[in-house]
Each structure stands twice: as structure tokens, then as C-alpha cells.
Design a protein around this ligand. Structure first.
Ligand code: PLP
Length: 483
């Protein structure tokens, strides 16, 4: 009971004392925003004071906007601690460094229109969690606890959980990569892998080449670390190789960052011939290729493309960033970097100095799931599920939207160029009708993409896909009428 230390002072009106007491509790942090106050009846009975005094105190605090009574629920604190002259107060926003400011400024979760309850959102490209087999995960958890014992909860190794590294080395071998002289570092997903690569291989102002459009998180990481991004336009089958060569010659970049399979946001799968050309070019000019291998497993129709790394044989010019995030358990935050042993050894020290290592429990859980055959079964199931959704979304887009081009061959999203309609204008109109999507411009490191949009569909029911795309189509028609 918050009034346990309340002492009555005979010379001051009771209601004033109660008011003051509650204010002190709020200022001391004992009562937080949202805390429920005892009822006036309870307070009057505990303090042995008239109920009217308590009611007056509560009413006064309510009129000052400090508490609020909600009919049938009670009275709640709505104001948090008040500042006093005694408090140690700093202006934090004046103390952020450039890195912090840039991360904040580039955070699309804060800058783009938010999802509200009841909206149909095409923003996300996260996998559908209903497909995750939670019972299997529970069994795997029991297995690792039985096999590993309590040491699984102790410190592990910076490089990662050995059985997972061994699994992933074999997994990459099956993809055609020669693993001799290469090694793996386990990371917290692509996002950490790429941040590590950029922070150890570039200095402020260095040039990195990438596709345009590209993964928004990669743009954010590069900009936040002060990298000079030179973006190379994409053609309908992937990066423009001629422009890539020109940029390599002009800028002598530190690396090329590329997403060859089910590219985000376009969904393009770069064909073998183009992969070879990109590889040959970078090899000729000694430019490391940082290959983002996410989504390779999401094969729908075309035959599987070996990663660019598989072209390098015993060479070490390609760094492969692996992630299963779009397929399986992105919440575990487990990804990997496959690269030359010397590079991995250095990254291992960086990992140790940053976070020591990724959660061993999470790595072991993923490892058990991968090793016991669950993964193969699951991938077959999700491929079919997502392919059907993808085909359904494409049909609805073709039936409802007027567009210039639909990109790509799969993934968990569709990238559309509307041709002559401003996607942000369309988004504003759709937002009013409870539908949101990703405007294309956020994927372009420079300017561009103003007529493009990305529709993520993995977590939407067919009913919502149909309804949402219909609304987008109607909004588009409205805008076309105005121009
Ligand atoms: C191009 C690309 N690479 C990698 C990832 C996976 O990132 P992470 O492993 O950090 O979840 C994503 C997720 O959206 C992506 O779009």
C-alpha cells in the first residue's frame, strides 16, 4: 500500500497532505506512469480520514493532469516524475556523436509511417511465424540441455558454437564453395556481419560500390559509418556490369556489396553469366566482393544459383554473409561470415571486443534444428507456401494496378515500378484507407525510386493481400484522375 509511510499532520488540511504525498511518491519514482492508485474508499479506511478529503485530493490531482480515473477500472498515474532544481539533468541530444545521430536519422522505423491496429501492412518482409514448428523447437531445446548440460549457459567462443560452424561449413560446401583456407564467424545476423565488415575494412570517406536499389539496412550501416556510397544502377537482370567497371576504374573502391539471389528489394536472381562477369571484373581490379547470401533457400521456380563465392575456387576475394532470417527464426539473430581464415581471425577479435560472442543457447538450438532433418522438411514446406502466396500477390497486382514493371522472380516481396505515379503520394492516399507499404526511394542510396514500391506479403492472409492490393489499385486510379 503506497500510504504505508503517511503521517498525519494536524495543522494541514488532509486533502493537501494526500495530494502532496502522492506527488512525492511520483517524483521519487515509487509511482510510475500507469500505476494504479488505491480506491478513495481504501485510502480513507487505511488512513482513517474522511472519504471526502481523499476524493478532493484525487480530483485536484486529476484537474492538474497528474492522475486520471477510468470508469469501472480505477485511478491511474498519467504524469511521470516531475523535474526539480535538484535533479541532475543533461541535454542528451546535444551529446550524441555523428554515428549516433546518423543511426537515429536513418532509422526508417521512426521516420516512415507506422502501422496502426487494423491496417493491412505490406511493409514487412519477415517470415510467417505460424509456419515455425514450436513443438520441434521445444524438443530441440530439451535435447541440447541433455547433451550439453549447464555448460551451455556459460561463456562460449567468440568465433561461435563449433558444431554450428561445422554444419555451416558443410552447408556452404554443398553450395559449391571450396572451404579450404576459409573459416566461419557466427554473428547476430547479416546486420552485424555487414556492420563488422564495413567497420574493419573501411575508413570514413572510403568508397563502397553497391547496387541501386539495395537493402536499406546496408545503406544505413554504410552512411552511419561515413562510407561514400557509389551506387550502380540495376538492369532487369541485375547490376549493370558496364557501369560497374566504370565505377571501379573511377573510384578504386574498398569493396562491392551485392545481393545476387532474390535481391532486396527487386527480387531479381542474377543469372550465372552475369555472376561470372561481376566476379571476373572484381578479380581483375582486386576489389573484394561482399556477397549477401540471404534468401538463397527461397527458390521458387528457376534452378538454384550457386553463390558468387563458389566461382572463386581456392581464392579468397569473396566474403560471404549468410543469414536464414527470411526463412527461419530471425528472432534468434544468428548469421555467419564465411571468408579467408586471416580475415575471420581478425573479425573474431573484433567480435570478442564488441559482444564476446553470440548466445550459445541460440546457436545450439539452431544447430540442433539444422542437424536433425527438421530444416530440410521445413524449407520444402515454406517454399510451397511462399510460392503460392507470391503467385497470388502477382495475380492480384496484375488485375488491380497499372504499372510499368514488376521486378524479380520471388522472395517474400514484390517490387513494382508504377512508371509515372509518385509512390509516396500513393502511400499517403493508401494510409488514409488503412493500407501501408514501403516506398521504393528508401532502397536507393542516392536519388531514385520515387515511382517504385515494395509489397511484402509473407505474413498476410490471401484475403488481406486481395483487399489491400484492391485498395492500392483504387487509390492509384484516384491519383491518376488528378494528374
Ligand atoms: C538483403 C538482405 N540481407 C540480409 C537480410 C537479413 O538480415 P538479418 O540476418 O540481420 O536479419 C535481409 C533482411 O531483410 C535483407 O533484406
Amino acid at each position: 500500500m503506497i500510504f504505508s509511510s503517511f503521517k498525519i499532520d494536524k495543522d494541514t488540511p488532509i486533502y493537501e497532505q494526500i495530494e502532496k504525498y502522492i506527488m512525492i511518491q511520483i517524483n521519487d519514482g515509487m509511482l510510475q506512469k500507469g500505476s494504479k492508485l488505491p480506491s478513495t474508499r481504501e485510502v480513507s479506511s487505511v488512513l482513517k480520514v474522511s472519504r471526502n478529503s481523499v476524493v478532493t485530493a484525487y480530483e485536484n490531482l486529476e484537474s492538474r493532469g497528474i492522475i486520471q480515473s477510468v470508469k469501472g477500472k480505477g485511478t491511474f498515474v498519467i504524469e511521470s516524475q516531475q523535474q526539480t532544481d535538484n535533479d541532475f539533468v543533461l541535454k542528451w541530444d546535444e551529446r550524441f556523436n555523428e554515428y549516433g545521430r546518423k543511426c537515429n536519422e536513418l532509422d526508417i522505423m521512426k521516420t516512415e509511417v507506422p502501422w496502426k491496429k487494423g491496417m493491412i501492412s505490406f511493409k514487412s518482409i519477415a517470415p510467417e511465424e505460424k509456419l515455425f514448428d514450436l513443438d520441434e523447437i521445444k524438443r530441440d531445446f530439451q535435447t541440447i540441455c541433455a547433451n550439453e548440460g549447464s555448460k551451455i549457459l556459460n561463456y562460449g567462443y567468440a568465433k561461435g558454437y563449433k558444431p554450428l560452424i561445422d554444419y555451416l561449413l558443410k552447408y556452404m560446401e554443398k553450395k559449391g564453395v571450396i572451404i579450404q583456407n576459409k573459416d566461419i564467424l557466427i554473428t547476430n545476423g547479416f546486420t552485424e556481419s555487414f556492420d563488422m565488415i564495413i567497420s574493419v575494412l573501411t575508413d570514413k570517406g572510403d568508397v563502397v560500390l553497391c547496387e541501386s536499389p539495395t537493402h536499406n539496412t546496408a545503406i544505413k550501416i554504410m552512411k552511419a559509418r561515413g562510407v561514400h556510397i557509389v551506387d550502380i544502377p540495376m538492369q532487369y537482370d541485375g547490376i549493370d556490369v558496364e557501369k560497374l567497371e566504370k565505377a571501379i576504374i573511377e573510384y578504386n573502391p574498398k569493396m562491392l556489396y551485392i545481393i545476387p539471389s532474390y535481391h532486396n528489394p527487386t527480387g531479381i536472381v542474377m543469372k550465372g553469366e552475369k555472376r561470372q562477369k561481376v566476379y571476373n571484373l572484381c578479380k581483375k581490379h582486386n576489389i573484394p566482393i561482399v556477397e549477401d547470401g540471404f534468401n538463397e533457400e527461397l527458390l521458387y521456380s528457376s534452378s538454384h544459383m550457386p553463390p558468387i563465392m563458389s566461382l572463386s575456387g581456392l581464392g579468397n576475394g569473396v566474403v560471404y554473409l549468410g543469414s536464414l532470417s527470411k526463412i527461419l527464426f530471425p528472432g534468434l539473430r544468428v548469421g555467419w561470415i564465411l571468408a579467408d581464415k586471416k580475415l575471420i581471425s581478425m573479425l573474431e577479435s573484433v567480435k570478442r571486443s564488441r559482444t564476446i560472442h553470440c548466445s550459445t543457447l541460440d546457436q545450439a538450438l539452431l544447430c540442433e534444428y539444422l542437424n536433425n532433418g527438421s530444416f530440410e522438411k521445413y524449407v520444402k514446406k515454406v517454399r510451397k507456401y511462399y510460392r503460392e502466396k507470391y503467385e497470388f500477390a502477382i495475380r492480384e497486382i496484375k488485375n488491380n494496378l497499372q504499372y510499368k514493371y514488376i521486378y524479380g522472380e520471388g522472395g517474400l516481396h514484390v517490387f513494382i515500378d508504377l512508371g509515372d505515379i509518385d509512390a509516396r503520394k500513393l502511400l499517403k492516399c493508401c494510409y488514409e484507407n488503412n493500407v501501408i507499404f514501403m516506398p521504393g526511394d528508401i532502397f536507393f542510396p542516392g536519388s531514385g525510386g520515387s515511382t517504385c514500391m515494395r509489397l511484402g506479403f509473407a505474413r498476410l492472409s490471401n484475403e488481406d493481400i486481395k483487399k489491400g492490393i484492391k485498395i492500392i489499385g483504387q487509390s492509384e486510379k484516384e491519383i491518376r484522375k488528378q494528374v
